[in-house]
Design a protein. Structure first.
Length: 113
């Protein structure tokens, strides 16, 4: 038999995921990297709405990297630069977001009975 406190301790497995991706710009970043492939910081920023600051973009990329959705590649050469790309998990998130867009656009809407 479970007590009422046990049910209060349970949580939806998607809760943390949804909170993480509900942060401003997260889905935009995943979308841009999925559509344009690996991008340098400046090129990625140009793909996003102009309201995102470099500081916020940097923070979001670090969070996405720490969570395993984005990889940061240090490329050496004559000029050192960094590129960002999606991991397999990041591509899975993009697919899930694309599916939710179809759902929200009315593709799966039904009137309640």
């Amino acid at each position: 038999m479970t007590s009422s406190n046990d049910s209060a301790d349970e949580h939806c497995l998607a809760d943390g995921f949804l909170k993480f991706f509900s942060q401003e710009w997260m889905s935009h970043i995943v979308f841009s990297l999925a559509r344009h492939g690996p991008l340098r910081f400046g090129a990625l920023r140009r793909q996003l709405p102009p309201r995102i600051s470099a500081r916020v973009l940097s923070a979001r990329l670090k969070a996405l990297e720490a969570a395993g959705y984005v990889e940061r590649h240090d490329l050496s050469g004559r000029v050192l630069h960094v590129e960002y790309s999606l991991t397999a998990s990041g591509r899975a998130v993009d697919a899930a977001l694309a599916g939710s867009e179809q759902l929200l656009s009315g593709g799966a809407r039904q009137e309640p009975r």
